[in-house]
Every structure is written in C-alpha cells, then in structure tokens.
Design a protein around this ligand. Structure first.
Ligand code: UDP
Ligand code: UDP
Length: 487
C-alpha cells in the first residue's frame, strides 16, 4: 500500500520586531489552516507573546534558539530580544548585526530536521536575516523572503539601488525617473528613505549589511507580500523584474483578514496573562461603544518603533484637543506624561493609553473613522482593510513612500504638514497642523470625505481579495499546492 503523502512542512523565521513578526504569524495561521505544518523560529523571550498570539493554533510549533550573548562589542544592552524594547533607534543596527550570530543555531535546527527527515519544503525568512540563504542552499531548501513592505515601496527601493535615479536628477526639484516603473505620484530625492540612500558607501557597515541582505534577497525563490494585487496594479511585474532568477512575488494579503475569513478569533492579541492589557482593552471597547456617532473617533498610534520626543507628544495632544474630535491615543514613551490638567480637561473626549492595544479591533470598531498613523506598512494595510482613511505622518524607513501611496496614489488619506527645517522646537509636526489635518479628515471637509470614500471602497476590494476566488486567496492556494507538490 502506498504510504500517505508527507505533510508539507514550512519553517518561518521572522525578524524580532513586532511589525515583522505579526504578519508572519497571520501567515502561519493561514498556512496551518491549509494543513501545512509550520515551525516558527524565534528567540526565548519572544516565545511568550508569539505563543499567546497563537493560543488557538496548537499545531504551530514555536522553536526558540538562544539569543546571542556576544553582544558587548556591538554596544547592545543585554536582555533585549525585540526591537520594540531598544532604548532608542540608535541601537537598531547593532541589534540587526547581533542576529548574525544566530547562524550556528539556525544551521543546527536544519541539521536536526534533516536527521529526523523533516526538512522543510521552504524557509520563509525575513529580509534582514539575509544570512539564512546560505544555510537554505546548503540544505537544499528554497528560501522565500519577507520584507514587511508593500510592492510599490519595495520596487522603488530596488530601483534606487540599481538605477540611482537621484544621482541622475539635475536638481533636487527634478522629479525622479525610475526606469520601467510607473509611479502613481511624483517623487523627489528628499522623499526617498534615508536608509536606502546610504547604501553604496563601501566603508559604511550598514551599507555593507544592506548589500548582503539584498544579494540574498534577489537569490531567493520568491517573495511573500502582505498586500493584494488590486492595490499594487502595475508594479508587481516591475518589482519581480529585479529578481534575475525569476522569483515570484506572492501577494497574499491582507494577511490579518484570514482569521476572520476562516472563522477564527480575529484578535492579534489573546492573553490570560496580561491582565492590564485585557482590562485596558475592555475600557477601550466600552469607551468606543459609548461614542454615539458612526466614524467619529480618530485612532492615533505610531507603531512599535518610532521615538517621539516629549515636546512632540505635547503637540499631539494639544492638537487633538484643539481639533475637538474624540480620539484614542496610544503612547509608547515611558517617560512622557500629559501636560498638567490636560487629562482632566479631556475626560470623555479622548482616551490616552500606554498598553498594547488590539489595533485591528479598534480600526474595525464602527466608532472609528480615521487613523493618524506613522504609515508602517502593517498599519496601512490594516487601516485599508478596515476601510478607515489615514492622516499620514511618516517617520522612518520606507514610511514616507507608504504615506505618498496612501494620500496621493490611492487617495485614501491625507498628508500631514511638517515643520520645515527642524526649527529647534523639539517637534516636527505642530499642534496647528495636527488640528487642521484631523479636522479636514474627520469633520467632513471635501478632501476628507473623498479619502473616506476611497478607503471604504478599498476595504471592500481587500475583503474580496481574501475570499474564495479572490486574488490573494488564489495565490495562497497556489503557494500551498506548490509546497505540497514538492513534498
Ligand atoms: N504584545 C502583544 N502581542 C503581540 C506583541 C506584543 O500583546 O503580538 C505585547 C507584549 O506581550 C508586551 C507588549 O505587547 O506585553 C509590549 O511588548 P514589548 O515587547 O514591547 O515589551 P515587553 O512586555 O516584552 O517588555
Ligand atoms: N500594534 C498593535 N497594538 C499596539 C501597537 C502595535 O496591535 O499597541 C500592531 C499593529 O496593529 C501592527 C504592528 O503592531 O500590526 C505595527 O506594525 P507597523 O508596520 O504598523 O509599524 P512598526 O511598528 O513596524 O513601525
């Protein structure tokens, strides 16, 4: 009798930053639902939040490998295993460098899988863990890469590295030309991500690292993208053209939708342990329930990486107060507290929280009608999924490109005005700009109304993409079939 076909096995290795891990946990659940066995590699102190997130998915295996201890020379404080815990973004690159020391344990994982005849059909590795490619090749396992970015931003970054359009422009006010890439907006040198402009300097360690990870990237078997084809019209094939070996970009998103589609629990946080977070979640939901008007609340959050100064946070709350629009503000800073008397004045009008919140749940609450966001890609895709327009305030990495896509390319948001040439005031966006932007988005200004309509329309397209027959649903099915066929 023929033996039953082996269950295909996939290893997922996320970079240890919430924004890079969460979408891959969504992907794990979606693959597991399609009867693909998933093993997630991480380091010990990330196990807790990952296992809580996967509480209803006991079949997904979490495999911890030790975090490097040889980190003093990198200037990295001990005990930190996730970028959200770094004292400041200055430690971000040392943290990335430390992950290079995970090579040996990663090799040992693959070796023991080979010994037990359970080598995976593929490894899905974060872009920043470029060194995983070598071991994948050694063990004959295809590597899929995950950047945590949208296709358009990835295509622009690749084009900057290959074509150097900013060096060809005659002046800073000349729109950049990206050969073979049609952008839905005009882009200038000042709007390119700094980290990409830095690449090319042979003496700069960051530049070298980016070069290594980019090499690994273009030699991978394919790319996993948390986006959907309808959102990236015209860019997917330009992006794929940078992969000389014909890698395919698998647009599988919005990944956060699959649990809803498959009837699971849609939260991205499930905890029996974090009592405070749970309590806060209940307070928040109750507060949102009490807000009578549909779409009247603006949700304000800047993700898990951005550092906002105290002066900037003061401007944010003063701006929100002045706008007179009810708000939920999530603050990461542990040192900032609201200016004297403000919390008292805001009672009932705004809620400030320091806890981890369930962002997806907030965005899909009927009371929420706008998102003041730093435009991290997850936040963008989650807002679009929920049909919520964005007031875009990009801060780091490729967020400036995401913000342009949202506001100018898709018309599903507005850009916020920044103060020119850092005035020394300790903030980049003034309370007036926040007040004006929030009012325009939330109080029925013409631009705000149009952004809302576009966001809602995109939300419907996003939902269709993950339904049976939709573009992402089909792509996920094809990927699962390919993995099964090679097992
Ligand atoms: N967290 C969560 N779900 C996630 C990721 C993080 O609930 O998917 C929680 C995490 O458990 C922690 C909080 O968010 O309580 C902040 O996480 P971080 O790693 O920044 O801080 P930690 O609690 O580890 O010091
Ligand atoms: N997030 C959340 N609750 C929080 C803070 C963040 O659920 O209190 C989630 C958010 O929904 C998103 C991710 O964390 O999925 C942040 O990723 P994003 O790309 O938006 O920004 P980053 O943190 O990488 O800058």
């Amino acid at each position: 009798m023929a033996s039953p076909p082996l269950e295909p096995h996939v290893v997922i290795f996320p970079f240890m930053a919430h924004g890079h891990t969460l979408p891959l946990l969504d992907l794990s659940k979606a693959l597991s639902h399609r009867r693909i066995k998933v093993t997630i590699i991480t380091t010990p102190s990330n196990v807790k939040s990952i296992s809580e997130n996967l509480a209803y998915h006991p079949n997904i295996i979490i495999l911890p490998i030790p975090f490097p201890t040889d980190i003093d020379a990198l200037g990295l404080p001990r005990g930190i295993e996730n970028t959200s815990q770094l004292p400041s973004m200055d430690f971000w690159f040392p943290f990335v460098l430390a992950t290079k020391q995970l090579q040996k344990p990663f090799e040992q994982v693959l070796q023991s899988m080979r010994d037990s005849k359970s080598l995976p059909m593929c490894v899905i590795s974060d872009f920043f863990l470029g060194w995983t490619l070598k071991y994948c090749q050694d063990f004959g396992v295809p590597r899929l890469v995950f950047h945590g970015m949208g296709v358009l931003s990835m295509a622009i970054c690749k084009s900057v590295l290959v074509h150097r359009p900013h060096l060809k422009a005659k002046s800073v006010s000349e729109p950049l030309d990206f050969p073979g890439l049609k952008l839905p907006f005009v882009l200038y040198t000042s709007e390119l991500p700094e980290m990409i402009l830095q690449v090319g300097d042979a003496n700069d360690p960051f530049s070298q690292y980016m070069f290594e990870v980019s090499e690994a990237d273009i030699n991978s078997w394919g790319v996993i993208v948390n986006s959907f084809e309808e959102l990236e019209t015209g860019t997917v094939s330009s992006f794929e053209s940078f992969y000389e070996k014909g890698a395919k970009a698998w647009c599988l998103g919005p990944l956060n939708f699959y649990e809803k589609v498959e009837g699971g629990v849609a939260n991205n946080y499930i905890s029996e342990v974090h009592i405070n977070q749970k309590k806060q979640g209940l307070v928040l939901t109750e507060w949102l329930n009490e807000q009578g008007t549909l779409g009247s609340v603006i949700y304000v959050s800047f993700g898990t990486q951005a550092d906002l100064s105290g002066a900037q946070l003061d401007e944010v709350v003063f701006g929100l107060e002045e706008a007179g629009v009810p708000f939920v503000l999530v603050v990461r800073s542990t040192t900032w507290s609201p200016p004297n008397g403000l919390e008292e004045r805001l009672k009932g009008k705004g809620l400030i929280t320091r806890e981890w919140v369930d962002q997806r749940q907030i965005l899909s609450h009927r009371a929420v009608g706008g998102f003041l966001s730093h435009c991290g890609w997850n936040s963008v895709i989650e807002s679009i999924s929920a049909g919520v327009p964005i007031l875009a305030w990009p801060m780091i990495a490729e967020q400036c490109l995401n913000a342009k896509l949202v506001a100018e390319g898709l018309g599903a948001g507005l850009g916020i005005k920044k103060v020119k040439d850092h005035s020394g005031s300790g903030f980049e966006v003034s309370r007036q700009a926040i007040c004006e932007g929030v009012r325009e988005l939330m109080l029925g200004g013409e631009k705000g109304r149009s952004a809302k309509e576009r966001a809602q329309a995109l939300g419907r397209v996003a939902w269709r993409a993950v339904q049976k027959g939709g573009s992402s649903y089909q792509a996920l099915g094809k990927l699962a079939d390919q993995l099964r066929a090679s097992s």
